[in-house]
Design a protein around this ligand. Structure first.
Ligand SMILES: *[C@@H]1O[C@H](CO)[C@@H](O)[C@H](O)[C@H]1NC(C)=O
Ligand SMILES: *[C@@H]1O[C@H](CO)[C@@H](O)[C@H](O)[C@H]1NC(C)=O
Ligand SMILES: *[C@@H]1O[C@H](CO)[C@@H](O)[C@H](O)[C@H]1NC(C)=O
Ligand SMILES: *[C@@H]1O[C@H](CO)[C@@H](O)[C@H](O)[C@H]1NC(C)=O
Ligand SMILES: *[C@@H]1O[C@H](CO)[C@@H](O)[C@H](O)[C@H]1NC(C)=O
Ligand SMILES: *[C@@H]1O[C@H](CO)[C@@H](O)[C@H](O)[C@H]1NC(C)=O
Ligand SMILES: *[C@@H]1O[C@H](CO)[C@@H](O)[C@H](O)[C@H]1NC(C)=O
Ligand SMILES: *[C@@H]1O[C@H](CO)[C@@H](O)[C@H](O)[C@H]1NC(C)=O
Ligand SMILES: *[C@@H]1O[C@H](CO)[C@@H](O)[C@H](O)[C@H]1NC(C)=O
Length: 888
């Protein structure tokens, strides 16, 4: 402070000299109620902090002023209220412009001649082009006494202002104020880090001279997934993440409440969140804790008058899950430290505002050609550019996100934001029809007609072209500032890859391009995460995983693994031959890409696990995904395990460029399977049995039965076939099942055709023609082969089903099928035995039925060469019996 005083004084003096000749010589101090009025600025944006003091009727002093630079038209602004409407209808109150970054600056500002304090209920720092409130003071609110600097809150002190500030690291600061009488200290943690990070600060065990962490009483603060701040009291019993040991006791970095199984109303949990926000890429959280009135077990008393060691850290945080219902700070890389702090010694080494590298904190929605973007409206919770109306636009359920579109790629909107919201895309940052404000705008898309409600959404397509600028805005025609930015880019992923599909839950988009011998793949998460993994396989266990992640140094990496179990130890790094591998994170959205050969270059299969990771473009590829807070190369632990995963694999048809969820097919496949079973397992074999064993029954009943059974069997086969083709949207010959199935259908279909062309049946007494005998052979052979192939198709079908769903049921069904066919085979053997016996009886009876008596149908006429036929049919029956267990 000390060195600044002279500068401030001289500045004041210079200004003072200026003021006297030009304006202030005649400035009265009539408005006594506001004289010497002091208030802290409320931070809204641009890390604005400062103290306002009204000097007289036409000037005010601003001190300790911090602000990140805005546009070149940032003004002092007066308004009649704090609401959106009143602020936007405000007016410029001074010629002084705020055209730079301010770092703890102090200066005096003169009002314009025609402006008086009565007109100014709210004094704001206003960015004119974007109609942004950077920060403001409600003039005259509460008492006009001097500020309540000692951090007791309320009044006209601001939650972002403290008495003291210390720099912990380049991007991390602690601010504090305390009251010894009231026994509390309020701490503000401020860090220019990503929103997924926690900030921790606390007092080390006073008896420790090294290893300050053990026994330390810290507060862990951060933001929940919904953007709400939290601050929680933690105690460190051990250098580890919070785990439960064998005795069921918690140890490590755990919340106080975890050590104490029953906490009688916040006895150990005595850190209270006061305020928190995330602005300009900077996290800020203010909390309060007692100085001395602590539980003594997991909290340390803070003596404000003595030197104490404090520790700090920041790093990624894992959200609570069912096992550990609290925020779990992850291993922090190098981002921790300790220092000696005496809270009573005033300090301020924080010069100017923290400046984050990436100030854009808003969600990002990337438009793809396939899925329409759902435009709705909802309450404003974290609108990026306040002040704003209470209702703002949402895209895909995200509040006022940055929308990224690609030139030449059509964007579909499904507009359902209500009748009072007309969607349009404009060059005007404010929207709400610039013409009405006497400004000009270029409208690229939409207008008054682009409105709809959820019950009847309006679907419209916008095609950004080469003339669309890089930055435009989406807004409502009727109200200002409901939407946000549209980034228009060239050549995004949809442009670089031929195909894309959304994986399960619509959280991950997979892009790919097939080329000769290799495949290029890109994956993009649709929400913020520290890593994104996709796996080729049915579930994470037994899959080949590709992980895109950001390491401690902020570099994007892509790693490959073979996973054969559920815990971290079953994650085996593999050496896949990847080229063009890269990974990046934008607004927390991870995108990674790689190119790999379809067939790994291995000398022999099974040499290494990844040698079996063959991508066959003709087979559907099962793809799953997972996302989580943090990944690391060396010390993989349980905490690396995902926090969100796909619920089911998606089958990606690489050649066709489409995907389908697996389970949806089940009912249809079940119907297909049942129909095929009915046909190949019951009706068609039944028809053959009828033809073979019922001929001795009088009349041509057997023939009727044979024909009916076969025709109905074939009809069902065709229906079942159509079912499968319709559901799979095409016919693919790559699998054994389909090959068998098609052959069976072909053979089955050939039967009625050859039956139609069968040579005439010999009339009684006539010798059977050669043609008829040959036809008989063919008909019998083709029929039986058909059934055999059909049965093979049934079993390969079951195998497929098993591969797809890995169900217990499938095994059961397969066994049931085997037993069914075994019973069938036994029945056939028995019938065959009886038939033989019957014939032997007849032959020995000496009858001359051999040549047929008119009632006997064709097949038996083969009996002229009976021995051969018998052998043949026998062997085929036996083959059937043997094939069944084999074809599993
Ligand atoms: C305002 O402050 C000045 C100097 O600090 C003092 O001389 C003056 O009396 C104060 N005015 C009022 C109304 O408190
Ligand atoms: C704007 O300010 C005026 C005067 O202070 C007040 O009457 C009015 O209600 C305010 N408007 C809104 C929308 O709050
Ligand atoms: C800001 O404006 C003042 C004049 O009002 C000018 O002297 C100064 O150079 C400007 N600063 C910047 C950074 O443009
Ligand atoms: C004050 O005068 C300026 C011109 O000198 C004008 O632009 C501005 O609108 C006036 N402000 C008010 C509140 O009348
Ligand atoms: C604030 O603290 C200062 C010393 O830092 C003390 O002189 C003053 O009385 C305190 N004010 C209140 C309201 O506690
Ligand atoms: C600690 O207390 C606060 C306020 O009473 C409560 O919101 C929070 O959930 C508590 N934390 C735990 C871990 O019980
Ligand atoms: C605290 O440490 C500073 C030096 O860092 C020393 O000047 C001061 O006397 C110490 N205060 C106490 C109470 O030990
Ligand atoms: C804005 O309002 C003007 C006048 O009412 C109208 O002509 C113009 O079409 C409107 N602009 C849009 C984008 O609706
Ligand atoms: C990796 O693939 C490239 C071509 O895709 C091939 O030339 C190279 O030999 C492969 N390297 C290994 C180690 O398999």
């Amino acid at each position: 402070m000390a060195p600044k005083e002279p500068i401030f004084l001289s500045g004041f003096f210079v200004l003072f000299c200026f003021l006297i000749p030009f304006s202030n010589s005649d400035c009265p101090k009539t408005n006594t109620s506001l004289l010497n009025y002091t208030s802290q600025f409320l931070m809204v944006q641009h890390q604005l902090r400062g103290v306002l003091t009204i000097l007289d009727d036409c000037s005010f002093k601003v001190s300790k002023f911090d602000m990140l630079q805005g546009s070149d038209n940032v003004n002092w602004w007066g308004a009649s209220g704090e609401t959106f409407e009143n602020l936007t209808r405000g007016f410029v109150i001074s010629d002084h412009k705020l055209n730079q970054t301010y770092k703890s600056d102090s200066f005096i500002v003169n009002l314009m001649k025609n402006v008086t304090w009565d007109q100014i209920k709210v004094l704001a720092v206003w960015d004119f082009p974007t109609a942004s409130d950077f920060g403001h003071v409600v003039v005259g609110s509460n008492s006009s006494s001097s500020s309540n600097f000692n951090g007791t809150g309320g009044g006209n002190s601001s939650t972002t202002m403290f008495d003291n500030c210390r720099v912990l690291s380049k991007n991390y600061r602690i601010r504090w104020s305390y009251s010894e009488d009231k026994d509390f200290i309020e701490v503000g943690l401020e860090a220019a880090v990503g929103v997924q990070n926690y900030m921790a600060f606390g007092w080390a065990n006073p008896n420790a001279s090294e290893k300050f962490m053990v026994g330390a009483d810290v507060t862990v603060a951060g933001f929940k997934e919904d953007g709400m701040p939290f601050a929680e009291d933690y105690f460190i019993s051990k250098y580890s993440e919070c785990v439960v040991n064998e005795e069921g006791k918690f140890q490590g970095v755990c919340p106080d409440t975890m050590f104490e199984s029953s906490d009688p109303v916040g006895l150990v949990n005595n850190t209270r969140l006061v305020y928190g926000h995330r602005k300009d890429g900077v996290s800020f959280i203010r909390f309060r804790r007692p100085l001395k009135g602590v539980d003594g077990k997991y909290d340390l008393a803070v003596d404000p008058k003595s030197n104490m060691t404090v520790i700090w850290a920041w790093g990624l945080i894992k959200p609570p899950d069912s096992l550990r219902p609290f925020y779990l700070p992850q291993n922090h890389g190098g981002t921790f430290g300790h220092l000696v702090l005496n809270v009573s010694e005033s300090a301020d080494d924080c010069l100017g505002p923290l400046e984050a590298e990436d100030k854009e904190d808003q969600d990002l929605v990337i438009a793809d050609k396939k899925e329409p973007l759902v435009v709705s409206s909802g309450p404003a919770l974290h609108y990026p550019n306040p002040p704003n109306p209470s209702k703002v636009l949402y895209i895909n359920k995200k509040e006022a996100p940055v929308l990224r579109v690609e030139r030449g790629v059509q964007v579909k909107f499904s507009i359902q934001a209500g009748h009072d919201v007309a969607f349009y895309i404009t060059s005007d940052p404010l929207g709400g029809n610039a013409t009405m404000r006497n400004m000009s705008e270029t409208v690229y898309f939409g207008g008054p007609k682009a409105e709809g409600v959820p019950a009847s959404p309006t679907e419209l397509t916008w095609a950004p072209d080469r003339n669309t600028p890089d930055l435009v805005y989406y807004h409502s025609v009727y109200t200002q500032k409901m939407g946000w930015k549209v980034q228009v880019v060239d050549g995004g992923l949809p442009d670089m890859y031929n195909n894309s599909v959304l994986l399960d839950d619509q959280q991950v988009t997979l892009f790919w391009t097939l080329s000769k011998g290799s495949i290029s793949v890109a994956a993009r998460g649709e929400k913020k995460s520290g890593y994104l993994a996709i796996g080729f396989g049915r579930e994470m266990v037994n899959s080949y995983a590709y992980v895109g992640w950001i390491d401690d140094t902020g570099k994007g990496r892509v790693s490959t693994y073979w996973i054969d179990g559920r815990d971290a130890s079953s994650l085996h790094p593999t050496q896949e031959n990847m080229t063009y591998a890269r990974c990046k994170s934008e607004n927390g959205i991870i995108t990674f890409e790689f190119t790999r050969p379809l067939h790994p270059h291995c000398n022999k299969r099974g040499e290494r696990p990844e040698c079996d990771d063959i991508v066959d473009p003709t087979t559907p590829l099962k793809v799953i995904w997972a996302m989580g807070a943090q990944w690391s190369d060396n010390h993989l632990s349980v905490t690396n395990m995902h926090s969100v995963t796909s619920k089911r694999p998606v089958q990606v048809l690489l050649m066709r460029g489409s995907a389908e969820a697996e389970e949806d097919l089940r009912p249809v496949l079940a119907v297909h399977g049942f129909m095929m079973f009915l046909a190949w397992g019951v009706l068609l074999p039944g028809g053959i049995i009828a033809a073979r064993y019922l001929k001795h029954v009088k009349g041509d009943g057997w023939f009727q039965l044979h024909v009916y059974l076969q025709y109905s069997g074939l009809a069902i086969v065709f229906l079942g076939f159509l079912f499968a083709v319709a559901e799979l949207r095409g016919l693919f010959f790559h699998s054994l099942h389909v090959k068998f199935g098609m052959l069976a259908i072909f053979l089955g279909g050939a039967q009625p055709v050859n039956a139609y062309f069968r040579p005439k049946k010999p009339s009684a007494g006539e010798v059977v023609s050669q043609k008829r005998i040959i036809w008989g052979y063919i008909h019998v052979l083709v029929g039986r082969c058909g059934v055999l192939v059909g049965v093979a198709a049934l079993f390969t079908g079951m195998k497929h089903l098993g591969e797809r769903y890995d169900d217990e049921n499938v095994h059961g069904l397969t066994w049931a099928l085997i037993i069914w066919f075994l019973i069938g085979a036994l029945t056939v053997m028995y019938l065959e035995y009886r038939e033989k016996k019957r014939r032997r009886d007849r032959v020995s009876g000496g009858s001359s039925w051999v040549l047929g008596n008119g009632e006997e149908e064709d097949v038996d006429l083969l009996n002229s060469s009976r021995t051969v036929a018998e052998k043949d049919s026998h062997s085929s029956e036996r083959m059937e019996v043997q094939l069944e267990p084999l074809s599993r």
